[in-house]
Design a protein around this ligand. Structure first.
Ligand code: PFF
Length: 452
């Protein structure tokens, strides 16, 4: 990479900007849409319990490792390994991250597109006066059609594109500072309505009363995959963001704040969704459509539901947007810094590539529905490969890299800001990334593929 390009790299301008942009990446459809259907498919509270363990015991340490790599290297995720481990194959870990970012952004934008359609339908007033069953058919008719989902997916990618092109401070940081606080406020209002629904008790008990017999290796793998997905870990996303952190950022504190914020939003969205699931007799294990069929029912039962529904889908869109921006940035920063092309051109390549992936993922709900690989449709396959295979594997190798390859002094230097901050749990952190995280992730993997 040329010195000129490196010195032109942008950076975040404020502490709160750092936290909100990182939390913006973490908080997204994964917390609301994916978390709720994963919880529903994996047996409720028991899944959440395992999820929480994965988040705090494995996710947070891996996040600190990504922060360290990124801020130390001040470059895109692949270049970071080339700088910190010259002459080795570790750069492939960065390369896998870029590829995962590309794949996830492709299928994620399909769901972002659904969010835009629901926003549009809310504004048009088509969400009121419907029976629960009607939302079901509305959802399947929409997702299995060809044109509209594609149109919204493309629009969403263009929105992401234009923010990323604006750069770190004016695009990414500024948008997160506005969108994140709004999301939080709206969630609180929606909870107020949801917990007063008749099915609230049943819904909350499903969320908080674990049935331990439901825990299987597949539940644990799903919880681990979900933890990495929700925290944006394993693909160098937070590593890329950390490369824009100022030198005085307290990364341990930032990591804890981002993790707590992300987990809170996930649990709260469960509190919004599951009371409604039980009130309206929807099957909690119904899969990806859960949010798009359940939530409209909640709005129907709220005074001023028309407005709340609009507001909710605006905010869901915006939360999703802060996440798509971060995935886009991983690939754009890579393209820009590793080639001679401008940021704008790099961003276009990413946008167009993701439109392609988004197209086959979207059509897998209709036209390409019969195309399956290993028994999975293309959307589920892309989700499986990227979030259940690449993210946990990425997390495992990131732990191994920071735990065993990287000099401990570098780790300490970064996490303590050159010995100016305390980090009492440093030894525990080291123990986790050296032994616990890699072994745990490897065991779950081997179990899943039938070796253990
Ligand atoms: N964390 C985001 C969410 O929960 O929606 C999704 C995501 C963003 C995954 C960035 C991975 C990533 F690198």
């Amino acid at each position: 990479m040329s010195g000129i390009k490196e010195s032109k790299r942008g950076g975040f301008g404020s502490k709160i900007g750092v936290v909100l942009a990182s939390a913006g990446s973490a908080v997204g459809l994964g917390n609301i849409w994916r978390f709720s259907y994963m919880t529903g498919q994996n047996g409720g509270a028991a899944f959440i319990l395992i999820y929480l363990c994965c988040v705090f015991l494995l996710g947070l340490p891996v996040m600190l490792s990504e922060f360290t790599i990124g801020r130390r290297a001040h470059s895109n995720t692949m270049r970071a390994y080339l700088k910190l481990a010259p002459g080795t194959k570790w750069f492939m870990l960065g390369g896998m991250g870029v590829l995962a970012g590309f794949l996830i952004l492709g299928y994620y934008s399909v769901v972002c597109g659904w969010t835009l359609e629901y926003l549009f339908q809310s504004v048009a007033g088509n969400m009121s006066g419907k029976e629960p069953e009607a939302f079901n058919s509305m959802f399947s008719a929409f997702t299995s059609s060809s044109f509209r989902p594609l149109m919204w997916m493309i629009l969403f990618l263009l929105l992401t594109h234009f923010i990323v092109v604006k750069g770190i401070k004016k695009g990414i940081e500024k948008s997160s500072m506005i969108l994140m606080p709004m999301l939080f406020i709206i969630m609180l209002v929606l909870i107020g309505r949801s917990v007063t629904l008749p099915g609230a008790r049943e819904g909350l008990s499903y969320l908080f009363n674990p049935d331990f017999s439901k825990i299987t290796s597949s539940v644990v793998l799903s919880a681990l995959g979900q933890a990495f997905f929700s925290l944006s870990l394993g693909m160098g996303c937070l590593c890329t963001y950390a490369s824009y952190f100022p030198d005085n950022t307290n990364m341990v504190k930032t990591g804890v704040e981002v993790t707590v914020l992300d987990t809170t939003v996930a649990i709260l969205s469960g509190v919004i969704i599951f009371p409604a699931v039980f009130t309206f007799g929807i099957d909690p294990s119904s899969g990806p459509e859960l949010v798009f069929v359940t939530l409209p029912n909640v709005f129907q039962n709220m005074i001023g539901g028309y407005l709340w529904s609009i507001l909710f889908y605006i905010l869901l869109t915006l939360a999703a947007l802060t996440s798509t921006i971060s995935m886009h940035e991983v690939v754009t920063a890579f393209m820009e810094e590793e080639t001679r092309i401008s940021r704008a051109k790099a961003a276009w390549i990413v946008t167009l590539g993701c439109m392609l992936i988004g197209t086959y993922c979207s059509l897998s709900f209709g036209l390409l529905g019969r195309v399956t690989v290993f028994g999975l449709d293309l959307f589920t396959l892309t989700d499986f490969i990227s979030s259940k295979v690449m993210l946990p594997l990425g997390g495992m190798f990131i732990s191994l890299f920071t735990g065993w390859y990287l000099d401990k002094k570098i780790l300490w230097d970064e996490l303590s800001n050159h010995n100016t901050l305390r980090f009492r749990l440093f030894k525990a952190y080291l123990f986790i990334i050296r032994y616990v995280a890699p072994v745990f992730i490897a065991c779950i993997f081997l179990k899943e593929i039938g070796v253990l």
